[in-house]
Design a protein around this ligand. Structure first.
Ligand SMILES: [Zn+2]
Ligand SMILES: [Zn+2]
Length: 288
């Protein structure tokens, strides 16, 4: 399994050159299985950065699994090139929120006056699977296709959010993507669920987790829906993840500030790092 990081920025994109090293695009990850299966996690502005990798793959199917529907995780969707290709089938898995189904929220974004082309008018075959966020469970396979399995759990975030785990049993590779999670605001059940997602059936090779804040900033940001880099280390260790990449970098942090935060992170766990846009990780390299 390979992971392509299209966007690792939180909240809003930054195009300024002093943000270029870690990257300014908002959340979008593209995962490609050994047999070419394709999963996209979120569709922030990083869709533009993963599109070149999508274009190279032979598959005609994409699963887009959404963590939640906040704009920084959706804003790239209207210009996802596959939507305009009649040979493509796109399955979108998402949970509704704030009284709207996921379909209704997607229709709201993809319709005039916000966007000229509606989902019905897109040439690709698009299907939306509505998820009930509180029925997700760490031991339940939510999606299975050509050797890839996905499990999800609900995490603490305003409006709700899903942490996803992807397993490729044939290669023994696995990753957990836990963005937009406020560890301090998590109840016992939410904590147990996320740790269970990371630890089983086998400890995840890679945890990618929201470390939007530093530990010092956390007390002033209660209820904002994000964790600290130190909490990412705690959660990764408790779940037994082999590696940790911290994501959802706050939009006011330039490369210099992020480098300092990364240096601090490495004092806690030398092999942990901040995720970088355009980074490609082959999970085979992370196996113990
Ligand atoms: Zn976000
Ligand atoms: Zn959010």
């Amino acid at each position: 399994m390979k992971v392509f990081f299209g966007g690792v920025r939180g909240t809003n994109p930054r195009a300024d050159k002093q943000f270029a090293e870690y990257g300014g695009h908002t959340t979008c990850l593209f995962i490609q299985g050994e047999s070419g299966q394709r999963i996209m996690l979120d569709a922030g502005s990083g869709v533009q950065a993963v599109s070149k990798h999508l274009a190279k793959s032979q598959s005609k199917h994409l699963l887009l699994a959404m963590t939640h529907l906040h704009l920084d995780h959706m804003i790239g969707l209207p210009m996802l090139p596959l939507l305009f290709d009649p040979q493509q089938t796109i399955d979108i898995m998402a949970a509704g929120s704030a009284g709207l189904t996921a379909s209704a929220a997607l229709d709201r974004l993809l319709s005039p006056p916000l966007w000229p082309v509606t989902i019905e008018q897109m040439p690709a075959k698009i299907q939306v699977q509505e998820l009930e966020i509180n029925r997700l469970a760490a031991d339940h396979i939510q999606f299975k296709r050509k050797g890839l399995e996905m499990r999800g759990v609900a995490v603490a975030h305003p409006g709700g959010c899903i942490a996803w785990r992807i397993d490729e049993p044939a290669s023994g590779q696995s990753l957990v993507f836990a963005t937009d999670v406020e560890w301090s605001a998590s109840g016992d059940r939410q904590r147990q669920d996320l740790i269970a997602l990371i630890s089983g059936p086998t400890p995840a090779n890679l945890l990618i987790m929201d470390g939007n804040f530093t530990a010092d900033e956390l007390p002033q940001h209660e209820g904002w829906g994000h964790s600290s880099t130190a909490q990412c280390v705690d959660v990764a260790r408790e779940g037994g993840a082999h590696r940790l990449l911290v994501t959802h970098h706050a939009p006011d942090r330039d490369d210099e500030r992020l480098a300092a935060i990364e240096a601090d992170l490495k004092t806690m766990w030398p092999e942990a790092a901040l995720a970088r846009q355009d980074q490609i990780i082959d999970l085979e390299d992370l196996k113990p």
